[in-house]
Write a protein that binds this ligand. Structure first.
Ligand SMILES: [Zn+2]
Length: 373
């Protein structure tokens, strides 16, 4: 059985979940049919006409790119726009194209687009520059149960799929408190002194987690097992990603003149078009990093206490304002900061594919995509 586009997409998304991408992003399969066979994966920063020519040299090549081929919605698939032209070229040659963009930026697996700068500078105490919380795949169920019924209720919701954390089942938390109610005509209260009478009941607040997909079964099990005719319960979405975010901030091994830091990056990434702003002799210690285009995170870099911000695509006035506020800048280039992450991205994909039995070669594109001379 040949590998398929769908199988490789599953590998890609297992490692770099689309839910970790920014809300404005467009990631995943952009051209192609999930059922197409795959004979080779070609990993690239950008999808250009020359990269698609390289892909077409081996039939059934799937391109996995960092930058999405399709980013803004298209009204027509014609050669009038750059992305329309490239998508047509890919589809004509049956080249599937998938992207891992901001979901790759935020990864903690060492293949992210900030990691090359972190590695070249040997930063320590590294943490994300921003915190990105996304709605997770789990919910929390909270309900209020008279103590004698808590066992049967926990049994019922556990059997329906709640209360499982890792390799533990029937995981719950409970705390005792007082519920109050006044039954209205037509009710069938479990306790109290009857219709219209204020009542108090010792109850346990019972909390369990559950996967989103089990919510119907768990709620039905709760309502069936709970002794009240009116069951109070809350379902709350849980968020993921407290440790995940864009950019990085860390410390150099020792305070170092700005010009020396710039030179290390120029050589180490490499970043031949690197430029920097600020006093060359100033000693810097704390470094903020955003691979790619970092204009929009300059306030976060400033707020992190960084002495210098390493990124790309910095505009003139953004640069002037930052320097006025005492933040040195190193613009190493959008392409240079991110293309250096592609070898690790390729290795991670290859290893993840092998782990599930996919054996297509995973190769790095050899087509340069930086257009500047
Ligand atoms: Zn980029």
């Amino acid at each position: 059985m040949p590998d398929t586009v769908a199988a490789w997409l599953e590998v890609l998304h297992d490692r770099y979940p689309p839910s970790h991408a920014a809300s404005w992003d467009n990631v995943g399969l952009q051209v192609g049919d999930p059922g197409w066979p795959v004979a080779r994966l070609l990993v690239t920063l950008d999808v250009t006409a020359a990269v698609l020519d390289e892909a077409a040299e081996v039939p059934d090549t799937m391109v996995v790119a960092h930058h999405p081929l399709l980013f803004r919605p298209l009204a027509r698939l014609t050669p009038d726009s750059a992305s329309g032209r490239l998508a047509l070229q890919a589809a004509t040659h049956r080249i599937a194209v998938a992207a891992a963009h901001t979901n790759l930026d935020v990864t903690a697996d060492g293949a992210g687009t900030n990691d090359p700068v972190v590695a070249v500078l040997g930063l320590s105490e590294v943490r994300p520059l921003t915190t990105e919380l996304t709605e997770g795949r789990r919910l929390k169920l909270v309900t209020f149960v008279p103590s004698e019924a808590v066992g049967p209720v926990l049994d019922a919701v556990s059997a329906a799929g709640a209360g499982r954390i890792g390799d533990y089942e029937r995981c719950s938390f409970r705390v005792e408190g007082t519920g109050t109610f006044r039954p209205l005509p037509g009710t069938d209260p479990y306790s109290g002194s009857g219709i219209g009478q204020d009542a108090e009941e010792r109850e346990l607040r019972l909390e369990v987690e559950l996967p989103r997909g089990r919510v119907g079964a768990v709620t039905a099990a709760l309502l069936a097992a709970h002794p009240y005719d009116e069951v109070a319960y809350d379902l709350m979405p849980l968020v993921d990603g407290a440790e995940r975010g864009f950019g990085r901030v860390g410390r150099l091994p020792a305070p170092t003149p700005l010009a020396t830091v710039a030179e290390r990056l120029r050589e180490g990434l490499p970043a031949p078009h690197l430029r920097f702003a600020g006093d060359p002799d100033r000693e810097v210690d704390r470094v903020a990093v955003v691979g790619g285009a970092g204009d929009s995170l300059i306030d976060a870099a400033q707020a992190s206490g960084a002495d210098v911000y390493v990124t790309g695509d910095l505009r003139h006035h953004v640069t002037l304002d930052a320097v006025a506020l005492g933040l040195a800048l190193i613009d190493a280039g959008h392409h240079a900061t991110e293309v250096a992450a592609m070898p690790a991205f390729r290795e991670r994909l290859e290893a993840a594919g092998r782990a599930v039995g996919l054996d297509s070669p995973v190769v790095a594109s050899t087509t340069p995509t930086v257009p500047w001379r």
